[in-house]
Design a binder for this molecule. Structure first.
Ligand code: NAI
Ligand code: MG
Length: 365
């Protein structure tokens, strides 16, 4: 049977960038004999408009059945005043939670043609290609006890960093598997100097590492990690870290490479029967209501998210590389959506022109 894909374009620029991914998917069907069984459905505000919920049970069940889910973005000002329980974000959170997607992969990859666009010096970022693996379902954002309590005559805000062995083990294992497919170097970041959860994290990472003798494991305190990421990011290949540190480190790493419109992500869970992990792929950016409907959105983040799906869910690493190469090629030709041009930038291409150019480059490459 064909590999299966659930496409959830969502709100705002979500459907606009997803339309360009569809062109890429069609190209692989026609030219690479790679045909997907695609179903498309609603998530977020548009699902709320139609069904009164940001994610129906049917869509949730379909997400559990398919080989991979590809999502655009959710949310928008129209939904800001909705009750918390039906906010667009809840659709995305439900997907992550029920699919138990505990490993969030955030690549920071610098395309040569955009090296000038980084906030850092060109030689620091040119050729950069690292992945941060962030634990996504546990840690301080979820630990109990939590809340704001009265103590004496003042209020106290409480959150708890809590990690079980098995939670650390599974995300480290995902990171080692990833390192095996890449440069075989993994750096685990925590703060074992001041946090017990960090001490345990370091122990478990070391233990899991015994199953991966080919991967060179190192440990780093996360604050030093932040410094090293900005000072010399190319020293890293794969980084694994907890939910809180990963949130900060991956946002910092993102800006090494330029625009939000360029950043893909994957969220992976436990292996399914076919050995591939449960998986949701999505651009890092949101629904960008300020530019929605104007043909200004950069489709590259979503297209690169599909490249990650090719690599991690469909075992098509060569095709993923071809697609990334096509993106590099159009950037090298000088094509830029508005977000990739400076203040005085002129002659941006539209969302659909960018998509067409990438498909043309695929054909040429
Ligand atoms: P955002 O990522 O949507 O936009 C931030 C800025 O980046 C805007 O100026 C936008 O125009 C620009 N931008 C984002 N993606 C772009 C692209 N592909 N091409 C060109 N420019 C792009 O974040 P913001 O404005 O904070 O949130 C807008 C809405 O999106 C909110 O409703 C928020 O809740 C939602 N959101 C959804 C996410 C998701 O679906 N995973 C993630 C982040 C925000
Ligand atoms: Mg963040």
């Amino acid at each position: 049977p064909n590999p299966s894909l659930l496409i959830l374009p969502g709100d705002g620029i979500g459907p606009e960038v997803m339309a360009e991914v569809r062109k890429v998917i069609d190209w692989f069907g026609t030219h690479r004999n790679l045909t997907f069984d695609v179903t498309e459905d609603l998530v977020g505000g548009c699902a709320y408009d139609k069904h009164g919920t940001p994610l129906t049970d049917e869509t949730m069940a379909q997400a559990q059945r398919v080989d991979a889910v590809l999502l655009g973005a959710v949310g928008g000002p129209k939904y800001d005043d909705l009750d918390f329980s039906v906010k667009p974000e809840r659709g995305l959170l439900r997907l992550r939670k029920e699919m138990d997607l505990f490993a969030n992969l955030r690549p920071a990859q610098c395309f040569d043609a955009l090296a000038d666009f980084s906030s850092l010096k060109k030689d620091v970022v040119a050729g950069l290609d690292i992945v941060i693996v962030r634990e996504l379902t546990s840690g301080i954002y979820f630990g109990e006890p939590r809340g704001i309590i009265e103590e004496g005559n003042e209020r106290v805000g409480i959150n708890t960093q809590r990690y079980t062995e098995s939670e650390i083990e599974r995300v480290c294992r995902s990171a080692f598997e990833l390192a095996m497919r890449r440069g075989k170097k993994l750096c685990s970041m925590e703060k074992a100097n001041v946090m017990e959860s960090g001490v345990l994290w370091r122990q478990i990472a070391t233990e899991v590492g015994k199953d991966y003798p080919d991967v060179e494991l190192s440990h780093m305190y996360a604050d030093n990690g932040a410094m090293q990421l900005v000072r010399n990011p190319k020293q890293f290949d794969v980084i694994v870290t907890d939910n809180l540190f990963g949130d900060l480190l991956s946002d910092a790493a993102a800006m090494l490479t330029g625009s939000l419109g360029m950043l893909p992500s994957a969220s992976l869970g436990a292996p399914m029967e076919n050995g591939r992990p449960k998986a949701l792929y999505e651009p890092v950016h949101g629904s960008a209501p300020d530019i929605a409907g104007q043909g200004k959105a950069n489709p590259i983040a979503c297209i690169l998210s599909f490249a990650m799906a090719l690599r991690y869910s469909f075992d098509r690493g060569d095709d993923a590389m071809a697609l990334e190469g096509a993106v590099e090629a159009v950037l090298a030709q000088g094509l830029r959506t508005a977000d990739l041009l400076g203040e005085d930038g002129k002659d941006p291409v539209t969302t659909s022109e960018m998509g067409d150019a990438i498909v043309a480059a695929l054909g040429a490459g």
